[in-house]
Design a protein around this ligand. Structure first.
Ligand code: ADP
Ligand code: MG
Length: 167
C-alpha cells in the first residue's frame, strides 16, 4: 500500500485499490472507467491537495457518465449540476467557510438524490458524509506526473465498483 496521508478515516470493512498514474491521461482513463460504472445515488469523495488532480478526475468521471458539457470547478457556487446518463452534482468545497454554509445548500438532498455526487475536498465534511461512499485519495509525487491514487469503499455497492476497477 502506498503511503498516503489520509484526511478521512477508513473503516475496517472497506476494501481498497491502489493505483499509480504516470500522466493526466492515465488519471483521465481511470476517471472515465469509473464514470461508466457509476449509478444513481453514488457518492464519490475526492481528497488531495491543490493540484493533485481532483478536478481532472471529476472531468473524466463526467465524460464516463455521458456528460457533454465541459466540467469546471464551481467558482462562485459550491455545487455545479450537469446532466448525463444520471445527473452529476459536482461539489467543490475549497471555498467553504463553514459547514453551516453547506447545510444552507441542503446538501443532504443531493446525497440522497437520484444523481451522482462527486465532492472535491470531501474531507472538510468528515462525519457529515454518508458512511457508505467511495473515497479517492490522490497524492502528488515529487515527479509532477505521477499520482498515487487510493480508492476505498464500504458497502456492497462500493465494493462492487472497486472489484470492477480491479479487473
Ligand atoms: N498523473 C496525473 N494525474 C492528474 N493530473 C496530473 C497528472 N500529472 C500531471 N497532472 C496535472 O496536474 C494538474 C491537476 O490539477 P487539478 O485537476 O485542477 O487538481 P485539483 O482539482 O486537485 O486541485 C493538472 O494540470 C494536470 O494536468
Ligand atoms: Mg479542483
Amino acid at each position: 500500500m502506498g503511503i498516503i496521508s489520509i484526511g478521512l478515516s477508513i473503516r475496517k470493512d472497506e476494501i481498497m485499490i491502489d493505483i499509480i498514474t504516470h500522466s493526466s491521461k492515465e488519471t483521465q482513463d481511470l476517471g472515465y472507467r469509473l464514470g461508466t460504472l457509476l449509478k444513481e445515488g453514488d457518492i464519490v469523495c475526492l481528497v488531495g491537495d491543490l493540484g493533485a488532480g481532483k478536478t481532472t478526475l471529476t472531468q473524466s468521471i463526467a465524460k464516463g457518465l455521458g456528460v457533454e458539457d465541459y466540467v469546471t470547478s464551481p467558482t462562485f457556487t459550491l455545487i455545479n449540476e450537469y446532466s448525463g446518463r444520471h445527473m452529476l452534482y459536482h461539489f467543490d468545497l475549497y471555498r467553504l467557510n463553514s459547514v453551516d454554509e453547506i447545510y444552507d445548500l441542503g446538501y443532504e438532498e443531493y446525497f440522497f438524490s437520484q444523481g451522482v455526487c462527486v465532492i472535491e475536498w470531501a474531507d472538510i465534511l468528515q462525519e457529515n458524509l454518508p458512511l457508505e461512499r467511495l473515497n479517492i485519495f490522490i497524492e502528488r509525487d515529487k515527479e509532477d506526473h505521477d499520482r498515487k491514487i487510493l480508492i476505498s469503499g464500504a458497502g456492497n455497492r462500493y465494493r462492487e465498483i472497486i472489484e470492477e476497477l480491479k479487473k
